[in-house]
Design a protein around this ligand. Structure first.
Ligand SMILES: [Zn+2]
Length: 190
């Protein structure tokens, strides 16, 4: 049975403000949540972010992850809220497979086609840890920053009250095609 447990909590000052970082373990995965302000029995700003080493840490322009992460942390730092950072790289297929998918995209395939050519579902992400993390933090009512209707549906289906807040970042010449595919093939709202 999948179980997410809280391992530790510490202060984390950042350039976006002072947060607490909560560390969770779910089998072999290590998730974290950055928390600013009170969460218990309140409506809380929430962003669910899946790890993307290239976008989050290396400044890649192939996707919009880095910009979404920065925009979310900036907002939570100013207004309070939590950023759940899930240990599922490359939409759940891992870093090395993501780079293999990039190589196919360099040959002209889109993100959905290239994942399928490698034998993966177009999106292998799993959000069950999110429910346990929200539960551990006492959160039942969220303003969810997302363009992904599946995340909204998933939380609502599991008893969380959700108001969706759109998250907009500017396309650049490297990720315009990626964003268009996201919209056309995965039902993302922009
Ligand atoms: Zn990314």
């Amino acid at each position: 049975m999948i179980k997410t447990e809280l391992i530790s909590k510490a202060e984390l000052p950042t350039k976006y403000g002072d947060f607490f970082i909560y560390a969770f373990k779910e089998n072999d995965k290590e998730h974290v949540a950055l928390v600013k302000g009170e969460t218990r029995n309140k409506q809380v700003n929430v962003r669910i972010h899946s790890k993307c080493v290239t976008g989050d840490s290396l400044g890649s322009l192939r996707c919009d992850c880095g910009e979404q992460l920065n925009a979310s942390m900036d907002y939570m730092g100013k207004n309070g809220g939590i950023l759940i950072y899930l240990d599922q790289e490359g939409r759940g297929i891992g870093l090395l497979n993501k780079i293999r998918a990039y190589a196919l995209q360099d040959r002209g395939f889109d993100t959905v086609e290239s994942n399928e050519m490698l034998g993966f579902d177009q999106d292998a992400r799993d959000y069950s840890a999110v429910l346990e993390i929200l539960n551990l933090l006492g959160i039942r009512n969220v303003r969810l920053f997302t363009n992904n209707p599946e995340k909204v549906e998933f939380l609502r289906k599991n008893g969380i009250k959700v108001i969706r807040v759109p998250l907009t970042v500017k396309p650049n010449r490297h990720n315009a095609f990626y964003l268009e595919t996201k919209k056309l093939k995965t039902g993302h709202l922009f």
